[in-house]
Ligand binder design. Structure first.
Ligand code: CAA
Length: 389
């Protein structure tokens, strides 16, 4: 029985910051951001979008009359959760009109959605008549005028996982995992911004990639020649390239050029949206599928997931016949094109805007947010979500 991804959805807020503008404001050479880091724009979430609303908005794209009633598992992977107790997945379930799913939230930095995907794999293996909805949704925040500022972003990717006949990607059983207790990136409960040991985190990412790649090769006997594309968790687009470059010498020159072209295709959405933490690997995978004209059914794609703290997993899938019909590249292009560019002042205001934490009532100005699912405000410590008609 095959198990894999049937459909994918994407959501990102409708405002962004141009990173050349950010570089100029911070007195940095813009090439450092656009070439050295590899980012052009980053999505900035308004107060009316949080990890719950973005997750639900992304999931709207993948739910239909055929799968809605058979969602038995709903997992939200996020490291920007809105509650220490209640799972964001339960709000998402209600906002989507779903019922009685095993709904919960997973946290392990940017690995959360992969933890969800692997759990969904086991779930649909045990319950082939049911489907799983797995979502990675996050707002990446490092703080104004910090080294990590240019690697922020916001958005969500949703995936339907099914058994028997996934129409996009059939996951293969072999996976390689490497995990260890390290302190490269973390966010204590009292902080709204992440703490990152920037250089150390990039070194660890590469070491963890090399460990899983070596393990995967040893387990399966496969080589780099067995892959038509390798996709990566993308905290910024240069990061995956650094990891890819460490194994490219294993390929022929022609294979190297081919894999580098596919890598570039996988970075387009991240370049415009930024780091979306749990969804970032899947954003890269979706970008590859929606940008590339070179891929065909039967191609093996590698996916490298990395969550700081840290755990990494390298796993693979085979593109399915007709996979192109499952994609919505034109819609995603239109969503990105319709975004409004913020001025520096608007960005800094939006970044610093906060919901009250003292129980007072607050209504969010919704004039600029046209998303179907929004956060309207808070009252007595409860978030008030709305699905627009
Ligand atoms: N023109 C072109 N390139 C330039 C340049 C210029 N004028 N000036 C600098 N560069 C290049 C540098 O040579 C460097 O390239 P290499 O990495 O290839 O050597 C690159 O731009 C970045 O320069 P610095 O290393 O000096 O940048 P920095 O010290 O300001 O910080 C960063 C970069 C560490 C990524 C920082 O943005 C950061 O801390 N980000 C958050 C942490 C992060 O994303 N870590 C990634 C691994 S952890 C992970 O993956 C989990 C997650 O999602 C967070």
């Amino acid at each position: 029985m095959q198990i894999g991804i049937d459909k994918m959805g994407l959501f990102t807020p409708n405002t962004y910051l141009d990173l050349v503008m950010l570089a100029n404001a911070r007195g940095v050479d813009p090439d450092k951001y656009t070439i050295g880091i590899g980012q052009d724009q980053m999505a900035i979430a308004p107060l009316s979008q949080d990890s719950v609303t973005m997750a639900a908005n992304a999931a709207l794209e993948v739910l239909d009359d055929d799968n809605r009633d058979s969602i038995g598992l709903l997992i939200l992977g996020t490291e920007s959760g809105i509650d220490q107790s209640k799972a964001g997945a339960l709000y998402v379930q209600r906002l989507l009109g779903l019922k009685n799913a095993r709904a919960f939230e997973i946290k392990e930095a940017c690995y959360g959605a992969t933890a969800g995907l692997m759990t969904a794999y086991d779930f649909v293996a045990a319950h082939p008549e049911q489907k799983a909805l797995v979502i990675g949704s996050d707002i990446a925040r490092y703080g104004l005028d910090t080294p990590g500022e240019v690697t922020q972003g916001a958005g969500a990717v949703a995936m339907i996982v099914v058994s028997a006949a996934p129409r996009l990607l059939a996951l293969e059983p072999a996976t390689a995992i490497h995990s260890d207790d390290i302190q490269d990136f973390w966010r204590p409960n009292y902080s709204k911004e992440a703490f990152a040991r920037g250089k150390y985190s990039t070194e660890q990412y590469i070491e963890f990639f090399q460990a899983t790649w070596a393990d995967y090769r040893a387990q399966t006997g496969r080589t780099i020649s067995d892959f038509k594309a390798l996709t990566f968790h993308l905290p910024y687009t240069k990061m995956g390239l650094k990891a890819l470059r460490t194994i490219l010498p294993e390929a022929t020159e022609a294979e190297q050029a081919y894999l580098l072209d596919r890598y570039q295709e996988s970075t387009l959405y991240s370049r415009q949206i930024g780091n979306i933490y749990t969804g970032a690997l899947y954003l890269g995978f979706l970008s590859l599928l929606e940008q590339s004209t070179q891929l065909a059914a039967g191609d093996r794609i590698g996916l490298f997931s990395y969550g700081s703290g840290a755990i990494s997993e390298f796993f693979t899938g085979i593109l399915q016949p007709g996979f192109e019909k499952q994609l919505a590249g034109a819609d995603h292009k239109a969503m990105l094109a319709a975004r409004r560019q913020l001025t520096m002042a608007e960005y800094e205001n939006q970044f610093q805007a906060e919901l009250p934490e003292d129980g007072s009532e607050y209504e969010i100005d919704l004039a600029m947010d046209n998303a179907p699912i929004i956060l309207k405000g808070v009252k007595e410590h409860e978030r008030n979500y709305q699905v627009r008609d």
